[in-house]
Design a protein. Structure first.
Length: 461
């Protein structure tokens, strides 16, 4: 029973298999433990070879047995995974505790002085030995290779050192010669620098003089520039004034006095001259006779002015403009044919001279039409039949200018055609006179340019 109590079973720290220790472990002394405190191996961590690692089924974390010993001394019932004590009894001998403590300290000492945890079983120990032997052989091979390479490098270094020494000596000699050449060039450059410094000093003096002259020049240039800008502003102002004057003059020249004095419109259903309607009907409303008399007075005045402008002398009749009491004078017997009427119920029966005056006015317009159309291809838009005192509307329909035996609508259309012919005559006369004015202006400008060119050439000579 006592031998069974003193036997202790440990587990392998890699495969967890139970390990039975040699009885000599229990006979170690304190001096032996002191000697074993020295490092057994390096602190390099070794790993199992992959071919041997396949035999290991479990990995056991490292365990310090001294911790178990302290726990066991404090509480004998405390259990631990590090080892198992077989054969526990109430009365444990002192020698058993001493052997157990020594064994635990030995295992901890072995584990702390190496990278391998103890205890190990025989298989794990053999695998570890094989791994260490293979690593040792690999390390010895590397050391041998490193030594051969080191000897080779030392030999190459010795050969290269001799060659580099010779090259360095040649390079030093070359650099010495280059140094002498550079010293000569430096002396030459120093002399050139002195000459350049002297030249620079003279140029600086000349530059200061030129700077003062330049400042004076720019001051004068600025003064002349201001004067030139003022003169240029004055010239532009005069050019603008001349341009404005020429534009006003051209506008005045383009404006014919007759065109400005007589404004004729035939766009609507009735003809209008200077704001007076020359019609009997304007839509559904009737036009008053005083307005018709005023419009006929304007027509008589315009035809008289156009006749004087065109140097026309009417045959058989003479137009006498007199406002809303204008009339036509018969040259044969001196009778007067009024271009006005008072209207009323008796006008259609007694006042037949008004229609005679309208027929005479249309005859004068026919003579003016013949005079205007004899020059060039210009034609008035409405044909005139002076014998029958009628005028067409431009579409082949004829309407009489007499008010008797005529409808108010037809008489209105005849008067509108009369005004339209007068509007065309007025436009033609204005164009002819403006063309003459423009040709005269062109001749005048050419003469002025020729005289200016001649003056400039004379001044150049």
């Amino acid at each position: 029973m006592e031998s069974g109590r003193q036997s202790t079973s440990f587990n392998c720290q890699r495969c967890r298999n139970p390990v039975r220790l040699d009885p000599e472990f229990f006979s170690l002394k304190e001096s032996h433990l002191t000697e074993m405190t020295l490092p057994l191996c390096s602190s390099t961590k070794y790993e199992l070879d992959p071919s041997l690692a396949s035999k290991v089924t479990h990995w056991i974390p490292p365990l310090r047995f001294t911790d178990f010993s302290q726990q066991h001394r404090g509480d004998e019932t405390t259990s631990n995974n590090g080892f198992t004590i077989v054969g526990e009894e109430a009365n444990t001998t002192e020698s058993f505790s001493h052997n157990l403590r020594m064994t635990a300290e030995l295992m901890d000492l072995l584990s702390s002085t190496s990278s391998v945890d103890h205890p190990l079983c025989q298989d794990c120990c053999d695998a570890l030995i094989e791994l260490l032997e293979s690593e040792l052989a690999s390390t010895e091979s590397e050391v041998h290779s490193f030594k051969s390479q080191l000897s080779q490098l030392q030999a190459e270094h010795a050969r290269g050192r001799e060659a580099s020494v010779r090259e360095l000596e040649a390079e030093v000699e070359k650099l010495h010669l280059e140094g002498e050449t550079l010293e000569q060039e430096l002396a030459k450059l120093a002399a050139e620098e002195a000459a350049l410094q002297e030249r620079k000093r003279k140029q600086d003096e000349t530059g200061e003089k030129l700077a003062k002259e330049e400042e004076k020049y720019y001051a004068e240039y600025a003064r002349y520039k201001v004067e030139a800008m003022q003169k240029e502003d004055e010239l532009r102002s005069l050019e603008n004034q001349c341009r404005s004057s020429h534009q006003a003059l051209d506008k005045i020249r383009r404006l014919h006095p007759l065109t400005a004095a007589f404004n004729i419109s035939t766009r609507g259903s009735v003809g209008i001259i200077n704001g007076l309607r020359l019609a009997r009907m304007d839509g559904s409303s009737s036009v008053e006779w005083w307005e018709i008399n005023g419009a006929l007075g304007q027509v008589c005045f315009l035809m008289s002015a156009l006749a004087k402008t065109l140097n026309i002398t009417f045959e058989r009749f003479e137009l006498v403009p007199f406002g809303n009491a204008s009339y036509v004078k018969v040259l044969v017997d001196g009778r007067t044919l009024p271009l006005f009427t008072s209207g009323g119920l008796l006008r259609g029966i007694l006042d037949r001279t008004f229609d005679s005056g309208m027929a005479a006015l249309l005859d004068c317009l026919c003579q003016m039409k013949n005079r205007v159309e004899q020059d060039g291809d210009f034609r008035l838009p409405h044909l005139i039949d002076a014998d029958k005192a009628r005028i067409d509307d431009g579409s082949g329909k004829w309407f009489s200018v007499k008010s008797q035996l005529n409808s108010e609508e037809h008489w209105t259309k005849a008067l509108k055609s009369v005004l339209n012919n007068l509007r065309y005559c007025l436009a033609w006369v204005s164009q002819q006179q403006l063309s003459g004015i423009h040709s005269q202006d062109s001749e005048t400008r050419e003469q002025e340019e020729a005289s200016a060119t001649e003056s400039s050439s004379t001044a150049a000579d």
